[in-house]
Write a protein that binds this ligand. Structure first.
Ligand SMILES: [Zn+2]
Length: 341
């Protein structure tokens, strides 16, 4: 059985020369929780980057590797935390989201002390962030499906929006609480950046460009964040328990619900009212749930079903739609914000 190695390894600028040429070789050099501290011009401030909480989301790690090898002295101290090396190292590398099936590290950050390994790892990461009293925290991820980049924050403070705007202008403000690192109180603006699809080259480029600005700019909080495009109050669209989903070009008899094979395309732009998204031929009510931040069911305001076809009932911004049945089943199908028509 794969386990978390309960050991933290610290690296500093003195170790950079030993870093392998490629991100894959770099990953193979690391063990357990890895913390990389790079001294900045201003040693009184520290910025934190966390990445690889999900082992199959490599953009942040690739960007960190590239940035470290440039050996640029950052504007402030940088603490880089590589969170889930163990999952990323499971062969084939960068293909496993979790170390153990269904155990999503980014759902364990709000738990109290425990000797369960995954909770301990989340606590170690939290402590490593708090220990440096950061001025900003950025957590780098990828989406499972094809997607443009976007940032996620729990509040619309100027500073949070400024941080996101280093990477992208698209912002989701969420009141949903799932136990993610972004929800923790680090007494500093804390945001998640979804750099785009894990397999998209442009996601790695975006992560590197944003990380470079985050590390190298003297002031990151003067960016006129009002330029950003904000989507508020996402609902989490999930299957009800024991309901199966498939993705196809027509209704598949092998699953309860079939969604469009190109469902990931819905991440790209607003989905208008009346858009077809899938098939359901059951006699019961559609076995999906779409709860808002207050836990109130929004399903009937978002979707309708006519003659076995599922349509949107309002204009929606869908994000994190994936056609990976495992993630669609164990996490959620997608998130959606209601948009004015
Ligand atoms: Zn992720």
């Amino acid at each position: 059985m794969s386990i978390f190695i309960n050991e933290t390894t610290y690296y500093s600028e003195a170790d950079i020369d030993a870093i392998a040429d490629t991100p894959l070789e770099f990953l193979r050099q690391l063990n357990g929780l890895c913390i990389i501290d790079i001294q900045g011009h201003d040693v009184n401030r520290t910025r934190v980057v966390t990445t690889l909480i999900h082992g199959n989301e490599p953009s942040g790690f690739i960007a960190v590797h590239q940035w470290l090898r440039k050996k640029t002295k950052p504007a402030t101290n940088m603490r880089i935390i590589i969170c889930n090396i163990e999952a990323a190292q499971l062969p084939p590398e960068f293909s496993h989201r979790y170390l153990q099936a269904g155990q999503d590290l980014n759902r364990y950050f709000s738990m109290g002390k425990s000797n369960v390994a995954i909770v301990e790892r989340a606590q170690q990461i939290k402590q490593a962030v708090l220990a440096v009293k950061p001025e900003a925290v950025v957590d780098l991820h990828n989406t499972s499906g094809l997607s443009p980049a976007f940032g996620v924050a729990i509040d619309d403070s100027e500073q949070a929006l400024d941080l996101i705007s280093l990477f992208t202008n698209k912002v989701i403000l969420t009141g949903l609480r799932v136990g993610a690192i972004m929800e923790q109180n680090f007494s500093a603006p804390t945001v998640t950046i979804e750099c785009g699809g894990a397999g998209q080259l442009q996601s790695h480029q975006l992560a590197y460009a944003g990380l470079t600005k985050f590390a190298n700019e003297v002031s990151i909080f003067d960016r006129h964040a009002n330029q950003v495009d904000i989507h508020r109050h996402p609902c989490r669209v999930e299957l009800l328990p024991n309901v199966s989903v498939a993705f196809g070009h027509n209704h598949l008899p092998t699953a309860d619900i079939t969604l469009r094979a190109d469902a990931e395309q819905l991440n790209n732009q607003l989905t208008p009212e009346g858009e077809f998204i899938g098939w359901y031929e059951g006699k019961e009510k559609l076995p999906l749930t779409a709860k808002n931040e207050q836990g109130v069911e929004q399903f009937d305001t978002m979707f309708s079903i006519q003659n076995g076809y599922i349509f949107t009932k309002q204009s929606l911004q869908i994000f994190m739609a994936t056609t990976d049945p495992e993630i669609a089943t164990n996490d959620c199908l997608f998130y959606a914000t209601l948009e004015k028509n």
